[in-house]
Design a protein around this ligand. Structure first.
Ligand SMILES: Nc1nc2c(ncn2[C@@H]2O[C@H](COP(=O)(O)OP(=O)(O)O)[C@@H](O)[C@H]2O)c(=O)[nH]1
Ligand SMILES: [Mg+2]
Length: 337
């Protein structure tokens, strides 16, 4: 097939096949360019992104391990990723770090400051760090992160770490795209633990009481056993796997090695039970559903007739001269035609 040339003048020097082979060779420069195209809102980039993904999906690659990390701001997610990622790189593993930060759509990329928290990992040849996409809705960020993950896997990364801030819907979004989902939390009195959102605890495959160092060790261990008691009453996130709590410090590295052994045990257990494949299949189907919905809505709202009719209908519904059902019918006439 003939190479599809980039349309814009500044992109003239690039072509898709060059990019595909660059990514497959694991060159970070090409990986970064590919992700930029996936994140771009420009129409000609979106067309290119689809072709890029199509080409890459036909290339067989090993299965990476996808790990999601959540917790409130300040709990130490970025510091953990720096220590944990560096430890994995020391073992010769390739580590990709992605971020979903719902607040960054507003602030323009708060995770950027985190890159300084991951200074040594950022310099490591075996690591790749990508700040969160800043433009678009959470749904759009979701799609971009998923596609970015595929690119990282094509580039040969063994482990993809996805960091998300524990606000809004982002935990659910990340749970939907990873194999192992971990919640970082801090020490606290029993009361505070009860207040911890049960829903979030039920999403996690592991709870890690972070900053278990210095004067905090005793309190952290107490919190760990309180959490373990609480977990008895909750539904595990992954059938056949018992979610447990562990103490962890990213500064003293206590418990860091255990995070990795736990994740490996999780992967082995779920692969043996078939849960691993089943979850990934379900995730792909869910992705199909959400992508389809997103695309349909997009196409609908982009229609010229919808754009002229919608404000009119809004006005009439506001004034009560048209009821909602009538307005919906009239708008849907546009696509029925
Ligand atoms: N004592 C201690 N402090 C930590 C640890 N991990 C992170 N911190 C500190 O917690 C603060 C927030 O860390 P950061 O990684 O930015 O948190 P994030 O917002 O969850 O990404 C920083 O001041 C870190 O130095 C840890 O294991 N022990
Ligand atoms: Mg952070």
């Amino acid at each position: 097939m003939k190479n599809k040339r980039f349309k814009r003048a500044e992109d003239e020097s690039l072509n898709l096949d060059e990019m595909v082979s660059g990514i497959v060779r694991g060159e970070r420069k090409w990986l970064a360019k590919g992700i930029t195209i996936i994140e771009s809102q420009a129409k000609h980039h979106q067309i290119l992104a689809k072709e890029l993904l199509k080409k890459l999906s036909s290339i067989t690659r090993k299965t990476s391990i996808r790990v999601g990390i959540t917790g409130v701001p300040g709990v130490g997610k970025s510091t953990f990723i720096e220590s944990f990622g560096s430890m994995l790189c020391d073992q010769g593993l390739h580590v990709a770090v992605l971020a979903i930060d719902p607040s960054s759509s507003l602030s323009g990329g708060s995770i950027l400051g985190d890159k300084t928290r991951m200074e040594s990992l950022a310099r490591n040849d075996l690591a790749f760090i990508r700040p969160s996409p800043t433009a678009g809705t959470l749904g759009g960020v979701h799609r971009k992160t998923r596609e970015t993950m595929l690119l990282c896997e094509a580039a040969g990364y063994d482990i993809v770490l996805v960091e998300t801030v524990g606000v809004g819907q982002s935990e659910y979004v990340v749970r939907e795209m990873v194999d192992y989902f971990m919640l970082l939390t801090l020490t606290g009195a029993g009361d505070e633990l009860q207040g911890m959102k049960k829903g979030i605890m039920e999403l996690a495959d592991g709870l890690f009481v972070h900053k278990a160092d210095g004067d905090n060790v005793g309190k952290a261990n107490k919190t760990v056993s309180e959490l373990n008691q609480l977990l008895h009453f909750l539904q595990p996130s992954t059938p056949g796997w018992t979610t447990k709590a562990y103490p962890l410090s990213s500064t003293t590295k206590i418990g860091l090695e255990e995070v990795w052994t736990t994740i490996q045990a999780f992967i082995q257990t779920t692969k043996e039970s078939g849960q691993f494949i089943q979850r990934r299949t379900n995730q792909r189907l869910e992705w199909l559903r959400s992508s389809l919905e997103e695309e349909i809505l997009d196409q609908f709202y982009q229609k010229q007739q919808v754009q002229t009719l919608l404000p009119l209908m809004k006005e009439q519904v506001k004034e009560g001269t048209t009821n909602v059902r009538e307005a919906v019918d009239q708008l849907l006439q546009v696509i029925k035609k």
